[in-house]
Design a protein. Structure first.
Length: 559
């Protein structure tokens, strides 16, 4: 136990003898030690190692904009039109609103745990510390698999988007964009932060621009001078009869199907803490990003889906044309109807940067999760190696090798297999959100069991808990079990849809139980969850308070 105290003291988990309240805390921590917190040594060692080998190159503005960029991508620019066609303007709006509210609770939980435990890997690390190592192992490899497939998917998307202007062999663009992605990932993390900051600004400017354009078109300010108003909410109507099923059932199923588009659109938003150990002042930057995420969802995402429903009728056949270029965007469709010609190329250019930016973010998130897994012994130790910039280059190289999966799309038969891999990945986001809710609830009840006042002792405490987390967990579980409902309708069985919708969770359960049986792990009792040591670390290492000055007082994006 003395070795535990030595390690903890190096990183500030225990007060020094000169601390005014050292005797009281010493007695409290000694009692905690006597309970035998088996994870304390490993946890403290991991934090010490990450602080020493990784470089904190991400600033507050990077974290703020990365958090915002996670909510803006091809799901909004391209796929939102499919949600309108499936559910109608009101159905799509409600689906995006509900997922936005539930995922905000996920961000709050991640932000609270990340501010207390600023380690790389996000929820994978929190599951190890606050819940069960077996859950960390199972969900960790679930996330690694997801990133291994999603990164080449983004490369393929970027290559297809380029076809809007020029048609060449897609292998050229897959190779070019992939090489740039690997090079960027191997440089100092500050480079990644600056790139994401720039791309996020482009997305925000485009969102503002297309929403203004939609408002102008709605009011009749377009070249055709036709005022639309809410006419498309009247005809063809606020909802769509899904699969031509009559009555309220058809409208409800269309609304429920729109959740698929909403889940895809919000995927990755929870990754604001995956590089916490590489973030300056994480106990300040992470909570700020978490607190502001909901208002950003309202301003940039839900407002946008609302405007889409105003300017494009749900029965427009172009909404279902899956071109993966700007011609699929509902805003481009609206601009063409209004006689505006310059919009498609502008949107396509930003969507191209969005696809590459998304792959770049996945590279960061995937490599840090793999690194975090290796720290806890859930992945080969070689993955922990870092280069002179403090980047886990072996982890980056692993994802670089799997970028070759993108070449499968060049062959029709291999492309079918790759599509299956993508479909299986699509549900992993929902499963990950379920895991986050479970881990955070364990953390919450651990605080209450140990008499920890979250609002007074933690660096940041999320509001409305545990009510919003329980509500989000119920919604996510319900969406998981009903996600493949179309396969159970008469004459619509699809093996691919069934497997994609339901295989992820059973596989995770098998891996979870297998690891648990092999390694003899146990779910930590609430009274044994090591929360107090991290609270002591936060108390002994306060972060500097930066006051807003000048125009920064009016900056709601990152200051």
């Amino acid at each position: 136990m003395e070795s535990t105290r030595i390690i903890h003291s190096k990183i500030g988990l225990y007060p020094t003898a000169n601390s005014p309240d050292s005797e009281r805390r010493q007695e409290s921590n000694t009692q905690a030690d006597e309970k035998g917190h088996n994870g304390d040594v490993e946890t403290a060692s991991a934090q010490l190692e990450e602080i020493s080998v990784l470089k904190q190159g991400l600033h507050q503005r990077h974290i703020q904009m990365i958090a915002l960029a996670g909510t803006i991508g091809t799901g909004l620019f391209l796929s939102s039109g499919q949600a309108i066609a499936t559910a109608g303007p009101l159905g799509a709006f409600l689906a995006y609103l509900i997922i936005g509210m539930t995922v905000s609770s996920v961000i709050f939980g991640v932000g609270e745990m990340g501010a207390l435990v600023p380690l790389n890997g996000g929820v994978i690390r929190y599951a190890e510390i606050f819940c069960d190592p077996a859950l960390a192992f199972a969900n960790g490899w679930n996330q690694i698999y997801s990133y291994l497939v999603s990164i080449p998917s983004e490369l393929v998307a970027a290559a297809v988007i380029v076809e809007f202007w020029v048609t060449v062999n897609n292998a050229i663009w897959i190779t070019t964009f992939g090489a740039l992605m690997v090079i960027t990932a191997l440089l100092f993390v500050r480079v990644y932060g600056e790139l994401e900051f720039f791309f996020s600004m482009l997305k925000i400017m485009l969102i503002i621009g297309i929403n203004i354009m939609a408002l102008v078109i709605t009011c009749g300010g377009g070249p055709n001078h036709v005022a639309i108003g809410f006419s498309y909410w009247t005809s063809p109507g606020p909802f769509v009869q899904y699969l031509n099923i009559p009555g309220s059932l058809g409208r409800f199923l269309g609304f429920w199907k729109a959740f698929d588009s909403a889940l895809y659109a919000y995927s990755g938003i929870e990754n604001i803490t995956v590089a916490a150990a590489e973030t300056k002042n994480p106990r300040t930057a992470i909570p700020m990003a978490a607190r502001r995420i909901f208002i950003r969802i309202l301003l940039f995402y839900i407002l946008t889906i609302f405007m889409v429903g105003l300017v494009v009728p749900s029965d427009d056949p172009n909404l279902l044309n899956s071109t993966d270029t700007a011609s699929q965007s509902p805003f481009v469709i609206a601009a063409r109807h209004a006689g505006i010609k310059v919009v498609p190329s502008i949107i396509n250019a930003v969507v191209l940067t969005s696809a590459w930016s998304s792959g770049n973010s996945n590279m960061l998130g995937g490599s840090r999760i793999l690194f975090g897994m290796a720290v806890h012994g859930h992945a080969p130790a070689i993955v922990k190696r870092t280069n002179r910039f403090g980047i886990p280059y072996i982890a980056v190289a692993v994802y670089g090798v799997f970028m070759a999966l993108g070449y499968m799309t060049l062959s029709s038969s291999a492309s079918t297999i790759f599509t299956w891999l993508q479909d299986i990945v699509s549900i992993s986001t929902l499963v990950n959100w379920i895991c986050i809710c479970i881990v955070y609830l364990r953390f919450l009840y651990g605080c209450w069991k140990q008499g920890i006042d979250r609002h007074r002792e933690l660096p940041w405490a999320a509001p409305f808990q545990p009510y919003t987390t329980w509500a989000s967990l119920v919604v996510f579980v319900l969406l998981f079990f009903t996600g493949g409902f179309t396969t159970f309708m008469k004459g619509r069985w699809s093996s691919e849809t069934f497997i994609a919708s339901y295989i992820n969770l059973p596989l995770m359960i098998v891996v979870y139980l297998g690891y648990k049986a092999l390694m003899k792990t146990r779910m930590l009792p609430l009274e044994d969850i090591p929360i107090r040591p991290f609270i002591e670390s936060a108390r002994r290492n306060p972060e500097p308070v930066v006051k807003k000055r000048g125009l920064a007082k009016f900056n709601f994006l990152w200051a």
